[in-house]
Design a protein around this ligand. Structure first.
Ligand SMILES: *Cc1c(COP(=O)(O)O)cnc(C)c1O
Length: 476
């Protein structure tokens, strides 16, 4: 018992919640933050300090000082932290354009008016203005999709995983779906075609070998209970070398011969022929429809550069059936998704406009000269802020970026990076300091360099990066 007495004196010095609430700094804070947040922060801070005292060793008790001012500062910081939103802006300096962990595609600034209007005002979401009666939320995208792809009808659900589920559940439940072994992919977030197949109630019939599948493999597998022939565009990996797959044209021939619909999970949907912009050719949605695929599904927020969505396009008779599936109600998209998607699709009516205004497309197709200029700009800004710091090396180097989002895995994007290294501060310390800073800069570390790939950094973010580096390294 003897050692508790000196601690009791320290415990007695701890302020009460009410005392702290009456502190001048805390009173000022009450004008900005909700009282419940402040009280929670005070309770936690006092509790922490109490635990500190509990843990003190005998020989530490005398030197322990309870600093009232820093206790108040801790309360203020904690209250601010608790009030901040969990979902926040970060700076993507990874050079990965469609970065699933960092929010995938960015919406075009040019359509923010449409998005905000749909969100904040009433609309004809499910109302037919001509007829003055109930309408369908899916009717809004129909004309635009028809113009862009030639498809008869469209249905939009939450994401492409949901789209694949809905397609299979509607067309293949209780029957068989034939898929090539080379296409049984897993994509990010543990989405696996076989698992989705099982959920949908369709029986998966695998044909061919991992590297080769032939027309005959499909034909031999067809039974009276075959409901669909399915093609999966393996956008997130590629079998190189000795490989062969059955083309969409051949699948169409087979589908016609046995009267079985041909469906395709295209993964990352593109409308633009990217080979015109120096990238590897990636099949477009128009190609699939043109080659006679009955139903195609793809993501809204991969290379298309729109909101998260799963877009199903194809023959009206199949899409109509899907609209009647009860699952559609459960996978229903919000008006903000429809508004954002329709406005994004409209940008595609003029390809130059799409390439310029849709951030995903713009970032993917920067020229090396543009990237070098960006790197120069970032380097200049960092130099300005860290001028008198003598422990920092700032260089421009070539680097490789990626499309991301499981799209075009073999495509390396030639890019430029500003690289940072130092003799005094380890590269992992730099990475951590910038990640945890107010601006949350997410970048790569390679060997002993901190790498800021400028492809995915906005020019207006250059100064923020420079300021955070200055805080880490010093400077004028
Ligand atoms: C990305 C992808 C999906 C899943 O799409 P989400 O929109 O992320 O749900 C499904 N299939 C393929 C082939 C994909 O590449």
């Amino acid at each position: 018992m003897s050692k508790e007495n000196p601690k009791r004196k320290l415990f007695a010095m701890l302020p009460s919640v009410d005392e702290v609430l009456n502190d001048k700094k805390i009173m000022e804070l009450s004008e900005k933050l909700p009282r419940s947040i402040i009280v929670e922060a005070i309770r936690n801070t006092i509790e922490c300090t109490r635990n500190l005292i509990v843990d003190l060793k005998d020989n530490q008790i005398d030197s322990f000082k309870l600093d009232y001012n820093s206790l108040i500062d801790n309360c203020v910081d904690l209250a601010h932290n608790n009030y901040n939103l969990s979902l926040k802006k970060v700076i993507n300096a990874t050079g990965i354009v469609v970065h699933t962990n960092l929010g995938r595609s960015l919406i075009s600034e040019s359509i923010k008016g449409e998005l905000w209007q749909a969100a904040s005002r009433y609309s004809n979401l499910e109302y037919d203005i001509e007829e003055g009666k109930r309408g369908s939320r899916y009717s809004h995208l129909k004309d635009m999709i028809k113009r862009l792809t030639g498809a008869e009808d469209v249905l939009v659900v939450n994401n492409n995983a949901a789209a694949v589920l809905l397609v299979l559940s509607t067309l293949a439940k209780g029957g068989q779906a034939i898929v090539s072994r080379g296409e049984l992919v897993e994509v990010g977030g543990a989405f696996r075609i076989p698992s989705i197949m099982q959920l949908s109630g369709a029986e998966l019939v695998e044909v061919g070998a991992t590297n080769k599948t032939h027309y005959n493999d499909y034909e031999d597998a067809i039974t009276d209970n075959t409901k669909v022939l399915m093609k999966v565009h393996t956008s997130n990996y590629r079998i190189m070398g000795f490989s062969e797959a059955v083309s969409l044209e051949e699948m169409r021939i087979l589908g016609d011969k046995y009267d079985i619909p041909v469906i395709e999970d295209l993964g990352s949907g593109v409308f633009v022929n990217l080979s015109k912009y120096g990238m590897t050719y990636e099949p477009t949605i128009y190609d699939s429809i043109n080659k006679g695929v009955d139903v195609v599904s793809f993501s809204g927020d991969k290379m298309l550069g729109g909101p998260q969505a799963g877009i199903i396009v194809g023959k009206k008779k199949y899409i109509e059936k899907m609209k009647k599936n009860q699952l559609t109600r459960a996978l229903r998209v919000d008006k903000m998704t429809i508004a954002t998607l329709e406005a994004t699709l409209r940008l595609y009516l003029n390809e130059d406009e799409a390439m310029e205004k849709i951030p995903t497309l713009k970032m993917l197709t920067y020229t090396k000269e543009e990237l070098f200029k960006k790197a120069k700009g970032l380097q200049r800004e960092i130099n300005n802020y860290t001028e008198v710091a003598d422990n920092i090396n700032i260089e421009i180097e070539e680097c490789k970026g990626q499309v991301g989002g499981g799209s075009m895995p073999t495509e390396e994007l030639d890019s430029y990076a500003v690289t940072i290294s130092s003799n005094n501060i380890s590269v992992s310390q730099i990475e951590k300091a910038l990640r945890l800073s107010d601006k949350h800069i997410i970048a790569r570390v390679y060997e002993d360099k901190y790498i800021l790939d400028v492809r995915t950094i906005f020019e207006e973010e250059f100064r923020d990066i420079a300021i955070e580096l200055k805080k880490t390294f010093g400077g004028k």
